[in-house]
Write a protein that binds this ligand. Structure first.
Ligand code: CA
Length: 221
């Protein structure tokens, strides 16, 4: 079993590496967010232990980037107590389990073994686009970890666009898939709802492509 530890506190990283190697794991260590993301992308790991507060790129951004690439490697997140974030945030962005620092090594090992037993699930994907995250199963949308309340129609519209990231989706297609035929389809209903959605998720996220339709922008310039 190969593990990746992403932790910028060098002594903790080294202690985890030694301890886990003692349990028979192969353990790589990254000390920054970007280095961790790079290794997680290209290495073949059975699990990743990921600190939240990291230089360069937070643990949240690392796990979000991996999930956006459909990389489902099990992730156990570590975070300082009373941090800026809470457990729900970690799980929202796609972590599998979460441990608050300071933690007991025995507990870490137990949680890690549980994760490894479960393996990488084929989960109902949480859709992400940049800092936007939409969980179809839980009907929940967040931006940068902050929940955005949407009506069911706004949710459906956003979900449809998030399933087609970077693509231009025509008004006709949106009408077909998001609105029931011939029910509430005033001619400008798509524009109206795109307007509502822009106010909630950010104007720059929903680009109008003149004469063609709309495009969801993952990372606005
Ligand atoms: Ca840290």
């Amino acid at each position: 079993m190969r593990l990746l530890v992403v932790e910028d506190e060098e002594r903790l990283a080294a202690a985890l590496q030694r301890g886990l190697q003692g349990e028979g794991f192969a353990v790589d260590v990254a000390l920054t967010g970007p280095a961790g993301l790079d290794l997680a992308r290209h290495g073949s790991y059975d699990a990743v232990i990921l600190d939240v507060m990291l230089p360069g790129l937070s643990g949240y951004r690392v796990v979000r980037a991996l999930r956006a690439e459909s990389n489902w490697v099990p992730v156990l997140m570590l975070s300082a107590k009373d941090g800026e974030y809470d457990q729900a945030d970690g799980l929202d962005v796609g972590a599998d389990d979460y441990l608050t620092k300071p933690f007991s090594y025995v507990v870490l090992l137990a949680r890690l073994r549980a994760l490894l037993r479960r393996g990488a699930p084929r989960r109902p994907a949480v859709l992400t686009a940049g800092d936007l995250s939409l969980d179809p199963a839980r009907r929940r949308v967040t931006r940068a970890g902050v929940e955005i309340v949407l009506t069911s129609r706004e949710f459906a519209l956003l979900e449809y666009l998030m399933r087609r990231p970077g693509e231009v989706v025509s008004k006709i297609e949106l009408l077909d898939h998001v609105w029931d035929a011939a029910v509430d389809t005033a001619p400008n209903v798509v524009e109206v709802y795109v307007g509502y959605l822009r106010r909630k998720v950010g104007r720059e996220r929903l680009e109008t492509v003149r004469g063609a339709g709309y495009r969801l922008v993952a990372e606005p310039a």
